[in-house]
Design a binder for this molecule. Sequence first.
Ligand SMILES: Cc1cc2nc3c(=O)[nH]c(=O)nc-3n(C[C@H](O)[C@H](O)[C@H](O)COP(=O)(O)OP(=O)(O)OC[C@H]3O[C@@H](n4cnc5c(N)ncnc54)[C@H](O)[C@@H]3O)c2cc1C
Length: 142
Amino acid sequence: MRYIIMGGVASGASFATRLRRLDEKSEIIIYEMSGYVSYANCGLPYFIGDIIKDKSCLTLETPLSFKEKFNIDVLINHQVIKIDYLNKKIIIKDCLSGIRSYLAYRILVNNNFKAYNLSGGYRIYQLFMNNKSLENEAIEEE
Ligand SMILES: Cc1cc2nc3c(=O)[nH]c(=O)nc-3n(C[C@H](O)[C@H](O)[C@H](O)COP(=O)(O)OP(=O)(O)OC[C@H]3O[C@@H](n4cnc5c(N)ncnc54)[C@H](O)[C@@H]3O)c2cc1C
């Protein structure tokens, strides 16, 4: 079984490690479009305020530590740009080279819903409650 998780950080990284504890055998891949898969957002103000001086203190886990500790593959600088729900595959862009590729999935975990405020949160809630297709809600083509 292959699980693909779009986006790391609090939700994606937590989901991936929890999943590994429940399922030792499956392939788990996280695609993270930024350069960091697991970091402390809440520490940012302290870094900006010069209280935390070492940037590396904000980084909790790295792709290497994910692999070593949990056997989870993390591809940073890789953005999922499209989900082909029909054929169960995602289109991925390597943000550094621009090269696109695709990968088939069995189960997709989408951590790409944007809720910048309570209104956004309600909107996602309503989509789920109304059982509407979430296709194209999450991904924007460039
Ligand atoms: C300055 C600051 C301080 C905060 N302080 C606190 C605090 O003290 N306490 C608290 O509880 N919360 C705090 N928060 C909020 C907390 O950090 C967020 O609630 C949390 O980060 C949300 O985690 P998430 O994984 O859901 O989303 P995000 O952190 O937004 O992670 C989503 C990840 O998915 C990646 N991604 C998105 N789309 C794609 C795609 N298509 N392909 C690949 N990757 C993708 C993004 O690059 C991102 O890294 C703070 C946030 C900030 C910015």
